[in-house]
Structure formats: structure tokens, C-alpha cells
Design a protein around this ligand. Sequence first.
Ligand code: UDP
Length: 195
Amino acid sequence: PLRIELLGLPLDALTLDETVRVIVDRVERGEPTLQVSMNAAKYVRAVEDPLLRRFIRRATIVSPDGAGPLWAARRFGLRVPERVPGVDLMMALLPEAARHGWPVFLLGARPEVVERAAAAAMDRWPGLQVAGTHHGYFGPDQEAAVVERVRASGARLLFVAMGSPRQERFLDRWFDKTGVVYAQGVGGGFDVLAG
Ligand code: UDP
């Protein structure tokens, strides 16, 4: 009942709080969880991009990041309670990670931005373990090595800020190899976190 179909793609009609609760429960149970945030641009891209469509169908949680999905859902008479911006979701999950002792890995953005984001997160949520960071500017030949860094870090949660569709392609290809329980693409989220 909570998962609806919008423009041929799944969408989870959950509030931000409900989304956090679902993710925390799943991570506690060790159930692999992949989240994707939908905005108008991603719906448009999905029309022409079968890989992106497959990734969205594969995701455990598909959230309405922008106002576009909410507007479209209403037009079709579907109930979607509120926007769940990907960056807000990350900001809500980081204190949960701190509370539960789940190490996190921040992957993406420019080197100084991801470093500042990690420092800001540890400052804001005492006890947060940042198991590792890596910038988001690497070629296809370096992907396996980056994934190995994530796996070796022992991170439980992975946030990927490499923009769309790069972060979705990366997660589609590598999620299963990262060893994390939860992964989320956050677009420009580290720039926000870094302040
Ligand atoms: N980014 C990256 N690698 C790339 C391209 C972009 O890590 O090859 C980072 C960029 O530094 C920024 C983030 O991805 O922190 C989001 O970029 P953008 O705003 O273009 O993506 P959007 O949020 O619009 O999807």
C-alpha cells in the first residue's frame, strides 16, 4: 500500500520520519537496502535510460526528493505525504548511525569538500564514526579499488555524492561488493554538509 507506481516507476509514499524508521529497522536486521531519490530530472532521464529505470526498480526505497513527484502524484490522484529530500534523509540518518555505532563512508565530491563534510558531520553528531572518505573524481579503471576501500573500511552505511546519473550507475554496478548494508546517492549533499 505504501509503494505506488508513478509514471511507470515505483515510488514509496512515506514521510521522512517513516523512511528513516524503515531504513533503521532494515540496517538493524542487516537487510541490504538501496535508496534512490526521485526528482523531475530523474523521471525525464529514466525515459531514455534503461539502466536508470532498472536501478530505480531495483531500489529498496524510492523517495520523492523534489516537488515534481508530489505534484505529478496528486495529478494522478495518488497520495504521497511529503517531500523526502535526499540530503534531509542523510542528515537524519547520520545521527542514527552515531547512536547505533554504524560506521559510515562518504564517497564523492571534491577531496576538500568530502573532508570538510566528514569533519562537519563528526562535529555535529558526536560519536559518529566516519570509517573513510574518498573524492568522486576517479575513472572507471579505479572503481574496483575505491570499492575495495569502502569494503575494507567496515562501513555499514555509504553515502555517494557524485551527481546523477553517475552515482546511480556506480551503485548499480558495485553496491553488492561494498559490504555496506545501506547505500544512498546524495547528489550535492556533501557540499551542503560541508557548509
Ligand atoms: N561530483 C563528483 N564526481 C563527478 C562529478 C560530480 O564527485 O565526476 C560531485 C560534485 O563535486 C558535487 C556532486 O557530485 O559535489 C553533485 O554534483 P551536481 O550538483 O552536478 O549533481 P546533482 O546534485 O545535480 O545530481
